[in-house]
Design a protein around this ligand. Structure first.
Ligand SMILES: *Cc1c(COP(=O)(O)O)cnc(C)c1O
Length: 367
């Protein structure tokens, strides 16, 4: 029996009727880009994140880019983030004309190490983007303390952390601005591309609403140079349906993570994910560190167990970022993790039988 790494068909099968009705309602309305369905989703997602405003946009990458633009970030500026993240975090910075400046991750949470943050701040730093990697929250209290001291806004990249809790609060609501992706494989996924920005700042919200729609709030009055990053009403209507199931799906992910953890804790040469800083992890990804990745991956392949590697090359060592002049050895925790991480299947629809297959395979092969 195969165990896939992800199974989006299984995710939609039980809610197929509800999704079809939501799509039909949009078709019947004749309104496809922005409008009542987007507004309803924005309202529900803001209240889920416990913030005042949500602005729905075209993707998670756009959410980051427009947030930076709304803060006035551009050419000559620097934005601090981590090298162990999906490349989109750095791309959004580069697309504004600003320069990404990296700071290494913490070795146990895999998120921005606040102790290294102060030394990377310069007079050019215009924003800090911590990433809640894999669904574990960054140490936001320490990061916000430093950011507030230097008066630098913080944009959370919460694209892997829908519903994650940090000291009882939702990720996305902890910094000045929170960015989400609803790429289909995320914990809350659309049936295509979509993203959102959440904030309590009314001025930033107005600017974002303007930027995502060609710089206009009133038709044909372009007060800013904007862009087209409107969310489709079909995606919004589907997301409103799927948002209802987010918490229960995250609980299923956590349950699988606990079962894996119980099996793997007896193997001293493996590193399994932890929950630090009073976190409730949402396990977008269940990544473990293994000493011999090739051997481990061969074993998984031999048993038809789906897996993935997030991320085999940290961004500072990617060709596209060679102009920044970073070298091997600059971010040792990210580099070590990039060689040792393997992600196991952790999606909510995994059957008990599939979970047992993964656990027994791990046990057999690791002994
Ligand atoms: C998925 C992801 C993004 C980009 O989101 P898209 O919707 O694919 O543009 C950005 N940052 C992180 C950490 C992500 O995982």
């Amino acid at each position: 029996m195969k165990v896939p790494f992800a199974d989006l068909k299984a995710q939609h099968a039980p809610i197929r009727g509800e999704i079809r009705r939501a799509i039909d309602a949009v078709v019947d309305s004749g309104e496809f880009s922005l409008g009542q369905f987007v507004e309803e989703f924005e309202h529900k997602f803001a209240s889920y994140c416990k913030v005042n405003y949500a602005v729905a946009v075209g993707s998670g990458t756009d959410a980051l880019l427009l947030s930076l633009l709304a803060l006035g970030v551009g050419s000559g500026d620097e934005v601090i983030t981590v090298p162990m993240t999906y490349v989109a975090t750095a791309e959004a910075i580069s697309m504004t004309g600003a320069k990404p400046v990296f700071v290494d991750i913490d070795q146990s949470t895999y998120t921005m190490n606040p102790h290294l943050l102060k030394d990377t701040i310069s007079s050019k730093t215009k924003a800090i983007i911590p990433v809640h990697l894999f669904g574990h929250p960054a140490d936001m209290e320490s990061i916000m303390e430093i950011a507030e001291k230097y008066r630098i806004p913080v944009i959370e990249d919460a694209s892997q952390a829908h519903g994650t809790l940090y000291r009882g609060r939702k990720t996305g609501s902890l910094g000045h601005i929170g960015c989400f992706s609803f790429y289909p494989s995320k914990n809350l996924g659309a049936l295509g591309e979509a993203g959102a920005i959440v904030t309590n700042d009314r001025k930033v919200t107005e600017k974002l609403r303007c930027l995502r729609n060609h710089g206009q709030l009133t038709k044909n009055q372009h007060c800013l140079i904007g862009w087209n990053s409107r969310m489709d009403n079909i995606q919004a209507a589907v997301l409103t349906v799927k948002l209802k199931y987010l918490d229960q799906n995250n609980a299923l992910r956590r349950d699988i993570a606990i079962q894996y953890g119980n099996t793997l804790k007896s193997f001293a040469n493996l590193v399994t994910p932890i929950e630090a800083n009073d976190a409730v992890h949402s396990y977008h990804i269940y990544a473990i560190q293994v000493p011999d990745r090739k051997k481990f991956v061969d074993m998984l392949n031999g048993r038809c167990i789906g897996h993935a590697i997030h991320y085999p090359i940290p961004i500072h060592l990617q060709k596209a970022y060679s102009h920044l002049g970073y070298r091997i050895g600059d971010f040792i925790v990210s580099e070590k993790c990039s060689k040792r991480f393997v992600s196991l299947p952790v999606f909510p629809e995994l059957s008990n039988q599939q979970i047992t297959i993964v656990i027994e395979s791990l046990r057999d092969c690791l002994i």
